[in-house]
Ligand binder design. Sequence first.
Ligand code: OGA
Ligand code: MN
Length: 302
Amino acid sequence: MTSLVITPLGYAAGARVTGLDLRNPLTQEQVAAVQAAWHKHLILVFPGQDLTAPQLITFTGQMGEVERNDNVPYYRDPDYPEVLLVSNKPRNGKPSETRNTGRNWHADLTYTDRPAKGSVLMCKEKPVIGGDTMFANMYMAYDTLSPVLRDFIETLDAVHDITLIKGFERRDPAQIAEMKRANPPIAHPVVRTHPETGRKLLFVSERIRNFVGMTEEESQPLLQFLNSHATSPEFVYRHQWALNDIVMWDNRCTLHIALKDFDQNQARHMMRCSMRGEKSGYVIAPEKEDGASLKSALASVS
Ligand code: OGA
Ligand code: MN
């Protein structure tokens, strides 16, 4: 039996894992070794893993509870609701609704009350050049802030909004209405502690509208700073896909973005399985959504 080898791929994050055949269930020791490497490197790359959908589900299930994607039930594999198809290949004669998935910095399912614990993405078809994915380390983003700013943002919750998914408004109108209904704006803390490593991290993204109790105008400059700081090149690992790569990211302590750095006439077809996260956050009632009370307070003094 070949033994498991872990090779770091980047300073910020990322390691390659070889010596495993993910078509077969892993032993308890192998699961423990993969999880330890995952907590250390945040993003694991398993090259040369040509899995079927059920094999991908079984592997994901060994890493966590498999997410059924009921909050966005549109682009699933028809036979396996756990598998999302992230693809630019036309479906039923129409352009794929997932052809531009992930084009801003985000973590998966933060617009729900269970942001994903992690995701597992497998590359089944790829363009000749490009179609890369970048990942950023949110422990580093937190650790490198000034102590005074760290203390301030610790008091904040941020409103995550599904409509801020890039290109959201270009989707099918009936699906838009249903996705908004199923996923009202939800607030999550800006600073979190990772449940397994115990480390603090910055939990921001480009799908945040404002901070709770602050207007959008007040929130945006700080949000923009935090997002650009969080995605500084030195915190980033950039993955150049090879066919049958599987990449597993810790969605709690990283952000990611899918780059449009390829010829759109070439197929890019990925299968994604996510792990269900812990319950988090509280839904924001529409009247509180944009700091309306603060706005009216300002109106009364002008
Ligand atoms: C995702 C995603 C990135 C990519 O599947 O969650 O953001 O590169 N995909 O396809
Ligand atoms: Mn994503």
